[in-house]
Design a binder for this molecule. Structure first.
Ligand SMILES: Nc1nc2c(c(=O)[nH]1)N[C@H]1C(S)=C(S)[C@@H](COP(=O)(O)O)O[C@H]1N2
Ligand SMILES: [Mo]
Length: 211
């Protein structure tokens, strides 16, 4: 196995708490937490944390981009969304959307985001449980977070509890309030690259793979 390179300049990453709408849950009990998969599926599923750890694992360095013009490349580990969708049985994923819902908090409710399912699968979206070889910190999405790296961070729900396959491309509360585009595709422009400590221009829309 490749040694995991810790993300350089991590101390310079903008705070995860700044735009955490519902806030991280105070704690998550893995004995009761489940990732449920519902909606237009052949088989409804419910995964424990252990179930996810026992599936084929993917560990790769990929770049996440925030709509507020910064980006960080880190080593993420988890399972392929496609693996989960295959188990649930969805015959034409390109026709559907995937609505993600967070665990949320009593005080502030849940965070939701809907993404095109076919696009997420073709971009090898991950259900991430670890970063740089350690479980995701609570404020970064413990126990799991969905990542479609072609989309801005606001499309990728932290503290994930539910995935629902749906026909409806539904705008999220945060998208409505902040005026963000529902599609959330990373746009070509200049970003502050935290790990490289410099500004770089991204030339193409979607996942940043050039650097
Ligand atoms: N559950 C949940 N997930 C969320 C959010 C949120 O408020 N709640 N905010 C989104 C936004 S707006 C951003 S910019 C990223 C921040 O991710 P980070 O903590 O890895 O920096 O999380 C996204 N996922
Ligand atoms: Mo954000």
């Amino acid at each position: 196995m490749n040694p995991i390179v810790k993300t350089p300049n991590l101390d310079r990453k903008p705070s995860s708490l700044r735009y955490y709408q519902e806030g991280p849950p105070k704690s998550v009990d893995l004995n009761t937490w489940r990732l449920s998969v519902t909606g237009l599926v052949d088989k409804k599923l419910s995964f424990t944390y252990q179930d996810l750890l026992e599936m084929p694992q993917i560990e790769e360095s990929r770049r996440m981009v925030c709509v507020c013009n910064w980006s960080i490349r880190r080593t993420w580990k988890g399972v392929l969304l496609s693996n989960i969708i295959e188990m649930a049985g969805v015959s034409h994923p390109e026709k559907y959307y995937l609505k993600q819902t967070s665990i949320g908090t009593k005080e502030k409710g849940v965070y939701e985001s809907t993404i095109p399912l076919g696009d997420a699968l073709s971009r090898r979206a991950l259900i991430v449980h670890s970063v740089d070889g350690e479980p995701l910190p609570m404020e970064q999405g413990y126990p799991v977070r969905l990542f479609d790296f072609g989309l801005y961070g606001y499309k990728n729900v932290k503290g994930l509890a539910q995935l629902e396959v749906t026909e409806e491309y539904q705008i999220g509360e945060w998208e409505r309030r902040a005026g963000y585009d529902i599609n959330g595709i990373v746009r070509p422009k200049k970003y502050w690259i935290v790990d490289l400590k410099k500004w770089r221009f991204v030339e193409k829309p979607g996942e940043v793979t050039e650097f």
